[in-house]
Design a protein around this ligand. Structure first.
Ligand code: ADP
Length: 159
């Protein structure tokens, strides 16, 4: 039984995240999408809201579960019987940081990290860019799931 984790902020989940999650779900028995609780980082959506959206957009997959975590990812992996971390790689800019994290996690607890290359359709896509574009009225439809688009517009109108 191979259970893997896709960790991240998911503030909010984009079609780039979903692409990685769905491809990972096709390879492993179980995928845990772990939402990082980061109290120092300003987020647009609360952890509960991010989990709600992720739950909604992954409900079609029988083997994807959404959880939250704080502290060390390697501790979350040990507590949940997770074999490996799966991370999406967009461009070389992601690579340097991700390689450092992967090597540190291996050093800390022998946790392996596997990299999945982005779908070229989404290689330019990040949650922060989506928020930035949407904030100034840009069209982000097609880059995030419909329910995220609705919630994004509602939240930005409130701000
Ligand atoms: P960001 O805020 O940069 O969008 P997160 O911290 O939520 O991302 O990212 C979680 C994981 O999803 C990371 O491994 C990140 O590289 C990956 N990811 C994010 N966007 C994409 C994308 N467009 N294509 C592939 N992987 C992605």
């Amino acid at each position: 039984m191979h259970r893997v984790v896709c960790p991240g902020s998911f503030d909010p989940v984009t079609n780039g995240h979903l692409d990685i999650i769905s491809r990972t779900a096709g390879l492993y028995d179980e995928v845990i999408v772990a939402v990082l609780i980061n109290i120092t980082k300003h987020s647009l959506f609360s952890v509960d809201e991010r989990i709600d959206m992720l739950t909604e957009v992954t409900k079609g997959y029988g083997n994807v579960r959404i959880e939250r975590f704080h502290g060390l990812l390697v501790d979350f992996c040990a507590a949940n019987g997770i074999t490996a971390v799966v991370k999406g790689l967009r461009a070389v800019t992601d690579f340097e940081y991700e390689m450092q994290m992967a090597q540190m996690n291996y050093r800390l607890a022998k946790v392996e990290t596997l990299f999945m290359t982005t779908n070229p359709l989404y290689s330019f896509l990040s949650s922060s860019l989506v928020k930035e574009i949407a904030k100034y009225g840009g069209d982000v439809s097609g880059l995030v799931p419909e329910i995220v688009l609705d919630r994004l517009h509602t939240r930005l109108a409130e701000e």
